[in-house]
Ligand binder design. Sequence first.
Ligand code: ATP
Ligand code: LTN
Length: 331
Amino acid sequence: MEAKKRIFSGIQPTNTPHLGNYLGALANWVKLQDEYDCTYSIVDLHSITVRQDPVKLKKQINESYALLLAMGVDPDKSTVFIQSHNCNHAELSWILSCYTQFGELSRMTQFKDKSAKHPENINAGLFTYPVLMAADILAYQADLVPVGIDQKQHLELARNIAQRFNQIYGDVFTMPDAYIPKTGAKVMSLQDPTKKMSKSDENPNASISVLDDRDTIIRKFKRAVTDSDTEVAYREGKDGINNLMSIYSAVTDKTFEEIEKEFAGKGYGDFKLAVGEATADRLAPMQSEFARIIADKAYIQECMKKGAEKAFKTTRKTIQKVYKKVGFLTL
Ligand code: ATP
Ligand code: LTN
């Protein structure tokens, strides 16, 4: 039997995941588990590129991990672990940073955005963030990386680093491809539909947390910024409605055409309510599962430990190969 292709992806424990994280990435993580050999990580090392409160961070790491399990990521099928529990990520990141150009990192739009947002803390980690991400992916020899569209540039960089390394030392790393969903790849803010929905947005009405209750979800969608038109139709310039249609399409699997038909002659009020209800229905099973899992500390610990051990084993093979190739002595 041919070995399954490998998948790696990660999410930062910076806040509770929002609907964008879910539709852009996490929903695919669950779907791909049968067909691929999947590894999913809570990337806590990445999250400290922006200052975090240690007490809050600890809680967020634990909850983000439990949420993955609640969503249906199966720790018996896939490897689910916390990034800092596997030292190979940081080790490989150092090596790869010596094969990454300053100019390449300067062009990363996430670095430009985040340094503009936090001018008081433009640290070296924020700059080298994409190298650590490349190390995450390449350490597992991943073939596919399910992410939202905002991570495409980082993935291209990972490919460039892999190619450069392979050119010098022969075939060491697998070339990874991005896996980006057709709908939900970029969910926009409900308050400013020209900006992406983001965990770090200060306005709580701008995003739907996957743990928001039904009433809150419906209320936030009711308040979503749209336009002065009345027609539910996907058209240029109707950013707010386009975003709501994309969300509705992603949570119900209906096409834009079907949605336009469903709401022909109806107002935005009816449409917003339907989007709210469909989203709440979609998130409800995960929310009750989360309540159950988060109470079971021993189970979470056991899964984390098993995940970290599996992750370490797989990646140590890559590190050993890399050390040999660059000319380090082995003991
Ligand atoms: P922050 O705003 O703090 O940078 P984030 O909301 O971008 O965080 P991440 O943990 O960086 O969240 O991303 C996790 C995954 O979710 C990534 O695969 C990313 O591409 C995807 N993602 C993030 N925001 C969106 C969005 N608005 N729409 C679709 N996918 C998204
Ligand atoms: N940079 C990503 C999170 C991330 C990731 C990864 C995604 C870190 N390492 C490896 C895919 C593969 C983000 O900000 N969303």
